[in-house]
Design a protein around this ligand. Structure first.
Ligand code: MLT
Ligand code: ZN
Length: 497
């Protein structure tokens, strides 16, 4: 007997002719999946002439996963569309044959949004990397989804403008992925998330429709703004095939301060004063364990005379000496009032970059230990309470673990990295970390926060979506998913498990 796997069973009933008649069974369609590697690639190659379809194991290996450390499951093929029309044909063929598709950008995500669950076909946007249009009057640039974030920043700079979304993986991440995850980073406190930059989106839905959402308009009072449904949808509703992004004035000269403080309550006092006195473009924090590891990993000297329990890195506009004076007064006030212990301020762009290394190097320093990672948020004012409850949970669940806590405090976004102790097996570590995810997601949700601040739900957090979203909200999300992707082929298992 030959064993087969069934991907879907579609049962079709006729509409009853009147209320007292029953619907009649018209037919049953069973979509069988049987070692499909060859079949999927052949079906797509035939249905989409000119589409590059790869089954080379090296390409499957590189494109079937992202930066999350989920176990690797090989896709059956990786396809590289080059045009909107090819994406449309691909989606139509996949919907008809029940072929699951996983969109893949720079694959820098940390929640498994671009990893394979089974034998899906990965859709890479590596060959859609053109900058299509620029308008100096509208201050917008229109790009294909595979354009790297840093290339957009560079293009904006060439035009004397600025694309403010900035984060550690900006040299590899792609705009399509940034939009699909509503990427944040270190400048959100001033400029907001990727969502704020999206002036228009062209999308191929799971039905194969091409939607041209908002078309770069500033004002558009014509009903539901579908563009925003796709921002943060993690490729579950449609594939972004073009994006029109808003650029802004370049930032003014700035200064960077690295400050040492005693407690998170002190960080809040610092944020309140600095925010009301200066034009902040970043306000980040990290704890003493993060400082230890970043110095160790990056070989950095101690930035301050004494070690402190918590550090802040802040950047603010400083176009003249008056503002510099104001910044120093803020610093002195903090010292006088007893909530600021020590600090340094950059005197040049070079010194500013050197100070940023203490914050930007943390994730890389921790990466050497393949850490457990989490990304949570609460409203800014509740961060101190959240962190003290978080630490109490850790004292209970894993008092022996080395925990690094850092993040974008000006946005209420906390990152947790936990290093596996020597001597503990990976399996035991993973098991305990699952309990940690459960408890911290519930803690954040219970405080009105989110189980995912900026890394997305993906595969990793899908079981905990309900800690952040209510039952009716999840039902609505599922209804929206069914409308845009009736065959359920777009990034299955992600976001809505
Ligand atoms: C960061 O802010 O450094 C990243 O989003 C978090 C990380 O990689 O842990
Ligand atoms: Zn972050």
């Amino acid at each position: 007997m030959r064993k087969v796997r069934v991907r879907a069973i579609r049962i079709v009933f006729s509409a009853p002719e009147s209320v007292d008649r029953q619907a009649e069974l018209v037919g049953v369609e069973i979509i069988i999946v049987d070692n499909t590697a060859m079949e999927f690639s052949t079906i797509l190659a035939q249905a989409c002439p000119g589409l590059r379809v790869e089954t080379d194991p090296q390409i499957l290996g590189s494109h079937g996963r992202d930066w999350s450390d989920l176990p690797f499951i090989s896709p059956s093929a990786v396809v590289f569309p080059e045009s909107v029309e090819q994406v449309r044909q691909l989606v139509l063929a996949a919907a008809e044959k029940g072929i699951p598709l996983v969109p893949s950008g720079g694959r820098t995500g940390l929640s498994g949004g671009a990893t394979c669950l089974s034998d899906e076909v990965v859709v890479s946007f590596d060959r859609m990397r053109k900058i299509l249009d620029y308008s100096a009057v509208d201050r917008t640039v229109t790009v294909e989804p595979g354009v790297v974030t840093q290339a957009v920043q560079g293009f904006a700079a060439e035009k004397g403008l600025y694309y403010p979304v900035s984060f550690a993986s900006e040299g590899s991440s792609q705009i399509g992925g940034n939009i699909a995850t509503n990427a944040g980073g270190i400048r959100v406190v001033r400029y907001g998330l990727t969502r704020e930059r999206v002036a228009g989106l062209k999308v191929v839905t799971g039905r194969g429709d091409v939607l041209d959402c908002n078309r770069g308009l500033v004002k558009n009072a014509s009903g539901y703004d579908l563009r925003h449904l796709f921002v943060g949808s993690e490729g579950t509703l449609g594939f972004i095939v073009e994006a029109t992004l808003r650029l802004i004035d370049p930032p003014r000269p700035s200064r960077v301060m690295l400050l040492g403080l005693e407690s998170m309550e002190d960080v809040m006092s610092c944020f309140a004063l600095f925010q009301s006195s200066l034009e902040l473009s970043a306000f980040e924090f990290f704890d003493a364990r993060s400082m230890y590891h970043v110095r160790d990993g990056e070989g950095l000297p101690a930035p301050l005379d004494d070690e402190c329990p918590v550090y802040v890195i802040t950047e603010f506009d400083c176009p003249d000496e008056d503002i510099e004076q104001r910044a120093l007064e803020c610093f002195e006030k903090g010292v006088d009032e007893g909530w600021l212990h020590d600090g340094v301020m950059s005197q040049s762009v070079q010194q500013g970059s050197e100070l940023w290394r203490y914050r930007e190097g943390i994730a890389e320093a921790a990466a050497r230990y393949a850490p457990y990672k989490n990304d949570l948020s609460v409203v800014i004012s509740r961060v101190p309470e959240f962190l003290s409850r978080l630490r109490a949970e850790f004292d209970c669940i894993c008092p022996d673990y080395d925990v690094l806590i850092y993040g974008h405090i000006g946005d209420g976004n906390v990152h947790v990295n936990i290093l596996r102790p020597e001597g503990e097996s990976q399996a035991d570590f993973d098991q305990r970390c699952k309990a940690i995810t459960d408890s911290v997601s519930k803690l954040a949700g219970g405080m009105g926060g989110s189980a995912s601040a900026e890394h997305g739900i993906g595969l990793l957090k899908a079981p905990w979506l309900s800690t952040t979203r209510s039952g009716p909200e999840i039902d609505m999300m599922k209804g929206i998913k069914a409308l845009f992707d009736p065959a359920g082929i777009l990034n299955p298992g992600k976001l809505l498990a």
